[in-house]
Structures are given as structure tokens and as C-alpha cells.
Design a binder for this molecule. Structure first.
Ligand code: ADP
Ligand code: MG
Length: 272
């Protein structure tokens, strides 16, 4: 069935890369917004203690009473943590710095890697009307237990890579971790695609990086590249996705194209 058909499970995509500053959070916010703009029902789960996805979606501290910390600690359901955003059709499970401590708190629990997966399963089971069609998980810049929880909960991984000299460095480590999670915890896990971010056509190096990444990852790399665009970096300080801040800018248009590419790949996967 189409994602979003009644009774269908949401597609769970995780934004992962253990490097910081590559565009994970920006992509979670803006891909989520673009998917919502074309009619999907989207939940972003903020799994980074920094809470940048929550802040960038305009969720202030007082609206984070129940957060992903409580969900992973087993003190609240995912449903209880969900907060509406300014974007119709887009909700967020926010995070706070408390999340930093959860790894130690649950380190000795059996099923510590399955906490998020179970929470998402209970959410799908509990929802009656208007279920989410996409869940995007924003990860911290590390391959820690939080990221392992995200990979264990996910159907597929979306890897943001910044168009810079060391883009490929660390990618093999990430792919190895994905492979380990697939064999030990989540056999269904696949790589959805690699999205090149902060592309600058005036910079020769950017072009070289794109060529290298396309050679290394082949068809896994999305056609759409996200350009370096000042409007994209300004939007979070206004608590808005760039699509609400400046719909016409190159960054917004790129995220809309990325959303349709993601949906096309989903259709191809279902048809296969
Ligand atoms: P990560 O979540 O991987 O750490 P972020 O999404 O927070 O990375 O991005 C890192 C920084 O780069 C942020 O300040 C963000 O605003 C900026 N940024 C991300 N994408 C773009 C872009 N396409 N153009 C300009 N700045 C960007
Ligand atoms: Mg981030």
C-alpha cells in the first residue's frame, strides 16, 4: 500500500553521519517540511542532545517538558512527547540536554538498543486517525547508543555529506556501523541514499568532491544537491524551516526536489 494508507506503517528514515556540521539537522528539518508540504504526515524525532532540530522548528524550552530523553528512559511514550510545529503536517519529538545522560542510564538494560524502535511501534499501534507517513530521526554527530537506537528503529539511512575535502573520510566507518546494525539488530536496514550538502558551484573543489562521491557511492547518491545558501543558515535563528522563511530561495527549492526524489525511491522500493 501507499505510505499513508490507513493501517500502513510510517517509513522511518534516519539522518546519520558521525561528523558534525554536515547538514543532518538542516536536512531533517527541511526535508521534513518539504514532505509535509506535499501532503505527507511527518514526525521528526530529535535524537541529538543539542536539540538543534527542535530549536530550528521553533520549539522553545518550556515546550520540551516531555522529550526524547523521557522516551528512551522509559518514562514517557513517544506520543506524549510529540509537539506540533509551525508547519502544518509536521510534528516533532523534541530533545533536551538530558538526553546526554540516557546512554549511561540504560547501558545495562537488555534491549537498550531497541528503546526507540519499541517506542515507534507503540506509536503506530496507538494511532487511530491520521497516522504519520514518514518519521525522520535526527542523530547526534557520533556513532553512540543514540545513533544505534536510531539505526535499529529505521527502515533506511539517509547520509548527508558535505561537499568538502574530507567528505568521504568517515563514510566507510558509518557504512560499517550500518552493516553491523543490520546483521545484529535490524536485518531490514538499507541505505536510502547520500545527499550532498552545501554545494558551491563556484568552488572547483566542490565539483571534485561530487565526482568522487558519485564514483564511490554510484546510484545511491541523490541527483539533487543542496547548494550552500545563506537563507538556509539564517532560517533556524527564526525558528523556521527555510521553506517558511524564504520559499523561493535555492535552498528551499532544492529541498523540495529532494523530497520528490525520496518519494520516487520509496515507490521504486515498494514496486520491487
Ligand atoms: P549537523 O546536524 O550535521 O551537525 P547542521 O544541519 O546543523 O549539521 O549544519 C551545520 C551548519 O551549517 C549550520 O549552521 C547550518 O545552518 C549550516 N548549513 C547547513 N546546510 C546549509 C546550506 N545548504 N547552506 C548554508 N548553510 C548550511
Ligand atoms: Mg545536528
Amino acid at each position: 500500500p501507499e505510505a499513508g494508507a490507513r493501517g500502513a506503517k510510517p517509513r522511518v528514515l534516519v539522518l546519520a553521519n558521525q561528523k558534525g556540521g554536515v547538514g543532518k539537522t538542516t536536512t531533517a528539518i527541511n526535508l521534513g517540511t518539504a514532505l509535509a508540504a506535499i501532503g505527507e504526515r511527518v514526525l521528526i524525532i530529535d535524537l541529538d542532545p543539542q536539540g538543534n532540530a527542535s530549536t530550528g522548528l521553533g520549539i522553545d524550552r518550556k515546550n520540551r517538558q516531555t522529550s526524547t530523553y523521557h522516551v528512551l528512559a522509559g518514562e514517557a511514550s513517544l506520543e506524549e512527547s510529540i509537539t506540533e510545529t509551525v508547519v502544518p503536517g509536521l510534528s516533532v519529538a523534541p530533545s533536551t540536554l538530558d538526553l546526554l545522560g540516557v546512554e549511561l542510564e540504560i547501558a545495562n538494560e537488555r534491549n537498550r538498543a531497541h528503546r526507540l524502535r519499541s517506542a515507534i511501534q507503540s506509536l503506530s499501534a496507538s494511532e487511530v486517525n491520521e497516522p504519520f507517513t514518514y518519521i525522520l530521526i535526527d542523530c547526534p554527530p557520533s556513532l553512540n547508543l543514540l545513533t544505534i537506537n536510531a539505526l535499529t528503529a529505521a527502515d533506511a539511512v539517509l547520509v548527508p555529506l558535505q561537499c568538502e575535502f574530507f567528505a568521504l573520510e568517515g563514510l566507510s566507518q558509518l557504512l560499517k556501523t550500518v552493516e553491523q546494525v543490520r546483521s545484529a539488530l535490524n536485518p531490514e536496514l538499507t541505505i536510502h541514499g547520500v545527499v550532498l550538502t552545501m554545494f558551491d558551484p563556484r568552488n572547483n573543489l566542490s565539483g571534485q568532491v561530487v565526482a568522487d562521491v558519485r564514483q564511490f557511492m554510484g546510484a545511491k547518491v541523490y541527483e539533487t544537491m543542496i547548494p550552500r545558501n545563506v537563507r538556509v543558515s539564517e532560517a533556524p535563528s527564526h525558528g523556521k524551516p527555510v521553506l517558511l522563511y524564504d520559499l523561493k530561495c535555492a535552498g528551499s527549492q532544492a529541498y523540495l526536489r529532494l523530497a520528490s526524489e525520496v518519494i520516487q525511491r520509496e515507490r521504486a522500493l515498494r514496486a520491487a
